[in-house]
Design a binder for this molecule. Structure first.
Ligand code: COA
Length: 161
Protein backbone atom coordinates (compact mmCIF):
# COMPACT_ATOMS: atom_id res chain seq x y z
CA UNK A 1 0.00 0.00 0.00
CA UNK A 2 1.57 3.28 -1.10
CA UNK A 3 1.00 6.65 0.51
CA UNK A 4 1.96 10.23 -0.24
CA UNK A 5 3.41 12.40 2.52
CA UNK A 6 4.22 16.09 2.46
CA UNK A 7 8.00 16.51 2.81
CA UNK A 8 9.22 16.75 6.40
CA UNK A 9 12.54 17.23 8.15
CA UNK A 10 12.70 13.59 9.24
CA UNK A 11 12.38 12.33 5.65
CA UNK A 12 15.94 13.54 4.95
CA UNK A 13 17.97 10.34 5.59
CA UNK A 14 15.56 8.10 3.67
CA UNK A 15 15.28 10.62 0.83
CA UNK A 16 19.08 10.73 0.55
CA UNK A 17 19.15 6.92 0.32
CA UNK A 18 16.45 7.02 -2.41
CA UNK A 19 18.34 9.63 -4.46
CA UNK A 20 21.70 7.87 -4.00
CA UNK A 21 20.46 4.38 -4.90
CA UNK A 22 18.60 5.62 -7.96
CA UNK A 23 21.13 8.21 -9.11
CA UNK A 24 22.35 6.32 -12.17
CA UNK A 25 18.80 5.24 -13.08
CA UNK A 26 17.49 8.82 -13.01
CA UNK A 27 20.53 10.08 -14.95
CA UNK A 28 19.47 7.93 -17.88
CA UNK A 29 16.39 10.12 -18.46
CA UNK A 30 16.90 13.39 -16.57
CA UNK A 31 20.01 15.44 -15.74
CA UNK A 32 22.15 14.14 -12.90
CA UNK A 33 21.87 16.31 -9.80
CA UNK A 34 25.66 16.53 -9.45
CA UNK A 35 28.00 15.63 -6.60
CA UNK A 36 27.27 18.87 -4.72
CA UNK A 37 23.62 17.87 -4.35
CA UNK A 38 24.65 14.76 -2.39
CA UNK A 39 27.40 16.51 -0.42
CA UNK A 40 25.08 19.34 0.64
CA UNK A 41 21.90 17.28 0.94
CA UNK A 42 21.08 18.32 4.53
CA UNK A 43 21.32 22.07 3.83
CA UNK A 44 19.30 21.71 0.65
CA UNK A 45 16.63 19.73 2.47
CA UNK A 46 16.21 22.57 4.99
CA UNK A 47 15.99 25.06 2.14
CA UNK A 48 13.23 22.99 0.46
CA UNK A 49 11.28 23.02 3.71
CA UNK A 50 11.64 26.82 3.88
CA UNK A 51 10.24 27.12 0.35
CA UNK A 52 7.41 24.81 1.37
CA UNK A 53 6.67 26.90 4.46
CA UNK A 54 6.61 30.00 2.26
CA UNK A 55 3.84 28.36 0.20
CA UNK A 56 5.48 28.52 -3.24
CA UNK A 57 6.58 24.89 -3.36
CA UNK A 58 4.96 21.64 -2.24
CA UNK A 59 7.14 18.55 -2.02
CA UNK A 60 5.85 15.00 -1.50
CA UNK A 61 7.45 11.64 -0.98
CA UNK A 62 5.82 8.35 -1.95
CA UNK A 63 6.24 5.70 0.72
CA UNK A 64 5.96 1.93 0.68
CA UNK A 65 6.05 1.26 4.42
CA UNK A 66 9.06 3.22 5.69
CA UNK A 67 10.77 3.21 2.33
CA UNK A 68 10.67 6.18 -0.05
CA UNK A 69 9.96 4.87 -3.54
CA UNK A 70 9.26 8.14 -5.32
CA UNK A 71 8.64 11.84 -5.12
CA UNK A 72 6.22 14.21 -6.77
CA UNK A 73 6.60 17.95 -6.48
CA UNK A 74 4.51 21.01 -7.28
CA UNK A 75 6.88 23.96 -7.45
CA UNK A 76 7.20 27.66 -8.15
CA UNK A 77 3.54 28.48 -7.69
CA UNK A 78 2.56 31.89 -9.01
CA UNK A 79 -0.74 33.31 -10.24
CA UNK A 80 -2.55 30.02 -9.64
CA UNK A 81 -0.12 27.93 -11.70
CA UNK A 82 2.77 25.66 -10.70
CA UNK A 83 5.18 23.17 -12.28
CA UNK A 84 4.88 19.43 -11.68
CA UNK A 85 7.86 17.05 -11.38
CA UNK A 86 8.18 13.39 -10.38
CA UNK A 87 10.56 10.47 -10.16
CA UNK A 88 10.04 6.86 -9.14
CA UNK A 89 12.62 4.36 -7.83
CA UNK A 90 13.76 1.96 -10.52
CA UNK A 91 12.54 -1.00 -8.44
CA UNK A 92 9.01 0.49 -8.23
CA UNK A 93 8.47 1.46 -11.88
CA UNK A 94 5.96 -0.16 -14.19
CA UNK A 95 3.24 -0.49 -11.53
CA UNK A 96 1.28 2.68 -12.23
CA UNK A 97 2.88 4.46 -9.28
CA UNK A 98 3.76 7.70 -11.10
CA UNK A 99 0.27 7.88 -12.58
CA UNK A 100 -1.28 7.38 -9.14
CA UNK A 101 1.04 9.93 -7.46
CA UNK A 102 0.47 12.58 -10.13
CA UNK A 103 -3.30 12.16 -9.71
CA UNK A 104 -2.89 12.59 -5.94
CA UNK A 105 -0.73 15.69 -6.45
CA UNK A 106 -3.31 17.18 -8.83
CA UNK A 107 -6.02 16.69 -6.21
CA UNK A 108 -3.85 18.35 -3.55
CA UNK A 109 -2.98 21.19 -5.92
CA UNK A 110 -6.66 21.91 -6.49
CA UNK A 111 -8.03 21.30 -3.01
CA UNK A 112 -5.16 22.27 -0.68
CA UNK A 113 -2.85 24.56 -2.62
CA UNK A 114 -5.55 26.63 -4.37
CA UNK A 115 -3.96 26.14 -7.79
CA UNK A 116 -5.93 26.25 -11.03
CA UNK A 117 -3.28 25.04 -13.47
CA UNK A 118 -0.28 22.71 -13.50
CA UNK A 119 2.43 22.64 -16.14
CA UNK A 120 5.02 19.97 -16.89
CA UNK A 121 7.90 19.37 -19.27
CA UNK A 122 9.47 16.17 -20.51
CA UNK A 123 12.06 15.37 -23.13
CA UNK A 124 10.71 13.93 -26.37
CA UNK A 125 12.51 10.61 -25.73
CA UNK A 126 10.96 10.10 -22.26
CA UNK A 127 8.00 8.04 -23.43
CA UNK A 128 7.12 6.69 -19.97
CA UNK A 129 6.82 10.22 -18.58
CA UNK A 130 4.71 11.30 -21.55
CA UNK A 131 2.36 8.37 -20.85
CA UNK A 132 2.04 9.43 -17.22
CA UNK A 133 1.04 12.95 -18.28
CA UNK A 134 -1.36 11.61 -20.89
CA UNK A 135 -2.99 9.23 -18.37
CA UNK A 136 -3.49 12.06 -15.88
CA UNK A 137 -5.19 14.44 -18.31
CA UNK A 138 -2.35 16.79 -19.26
CA UNK A 139 -2.35 18.07 -22.82
CA UNK A 140 0.66 19.02 -24.89
CA UNK A 141 0.99 22.78 -25.24
CA UNK A 142 4.18 23.14 -27.25
CA UNK A 143 7.83 22.34 -27.80
CA UNK A 144 10.85 23.47 -25.84
CA UNK A 145 14.33 22.39 -24.86
CA UNK A 146 15.19 20.84 -21.52
CA UNK A 147 18.86 20.80 -20.63
CA UNK A 148 19.77 20.93 -24.29
CA UNK A 149 17.39 18.18 -25.40
CA UNK A 150 14.15 18.62 -27.37
CA UNK A 151 11.16 18.49 -25.05
CA UNK A 152 7.39 18.93 -24.91
CA UNK A 153 5.49 21.29 -22.64
CA UNK A 154 2.22 20.19 -21.04
CA UNK A 155 -0.56 21.76 -19.01
CA UNK A 156 -3.58 20.66 -17.01
CA UNK A 157 -6.49 22.90 -16.12
CA UNK A 158 -7.31 21.69 -12.61
CA UNK A 159 -10.97 22.38 -13.17
CA UNK A 160 -10.80 19.33 -15.49
CA UNK A 161 -8.93 16.93 -13.17
C1 COA B 1 8.94 8.19 -15.89
C2 COA B 1 8.63 7.54 -14.55
C3 COA B 1 8.21 8.62 -13.56
C4 COA B 1 7.47 6.55 -14.76
O1 COA B 1 7.14 5.98 -13.50
P1 COA B 1 6.15 4.69 -13.40
O2 COA B 1 5.70 4.56 -12.00
O3 COA B 1 6.82 3.51 -14.02
O4 COA B 1 4.97 5.17 -14.33
P2 COA B 1 3.56 4.44 -14.55
O5 COA B 1 3.72 2.99 -14.23
O6 COA B 1 2.50 5.20 -13.81
O7 COA B 1 3.29 4.67 -16.10
C5 COA B 1 4.34 4.51 -17.04
C6 COA B 1 3.75 4.28 -18.41
O8 COA B 1 4.83 4.34 -19.35
C7 COA B 1 4.92 3.10 -20.04
N1 COA B 1 6.34 2.91 -20.33
C8 COA B 1 7.32 2.57 -19.47
N2 COA B 1 8.48 2.54 -20.14
C9 COA B 1 8.21 2.90 -21.42
C10 COA B 1 8.99 3.06 -22.59
N3 COA B 1 10.31 2.86 -22.57
N4 COA B 1 8.38 3.45 -23.74
C11 COA B 1 7.04 3.65 -23.77
N5 COA B 1 6.24 3.53 -22.68
C12 COA B 1 6.84 3.15 -21.53
C13 COA B 1 4.30 2.09 -19.11
O9 COA B 1 3.86 0.94 -19.81
C14 COA B 1 3.14 2.90 -18.56
O10 COA B 1 2.11 3.05 -19.51
P3 COA B 1 0.73 2.21 -19.39
O11 COA B 1 0.15 2.60 -18.06
O12 COA B 1 -0.09 2.70 -20.53
O13 COA B 1 1.10 0.77 -19.47
C15 COA B 1 9.85 6.76 -14.00
O14 COA B 1 10.29 5.85 -14.98
C16 COA B 1 11.01 7.65 -13.60
O15 COA B 1 11.06 8.14 -12.47
N6 COA B 1 11.95 7.88 -14.52
C17 COA B 1 13.13 8.69 -14.23
C18 COA B 1 12.80 10.15 -13.89
C19 COA B 1 11.87 10.78 -14.90
O16 COA B 1 11.96 10.55 -16.09
N7 COA B 1 10.96 11.63 -14.38
C20 COA B 1 10.04 12.37 -15.20
C21 COA B 1 10.69 13.63 -15.66
S1 COA B 1 9.63 14.58 -16.73
Amino acid sequence: MFRLERLRDDHAPELLRFETENRSYFARSIPDRGDDYFAEFGERHKWLLELQDAGTDHFHVILDGDRIVGRVNVVEAANGSAELGYRIAESATGKGLATWAVREACTLARTQYALTRLTARTTTDNHASQKVLHHTGFHQTGDTHLNGKPAFTYALDLGES
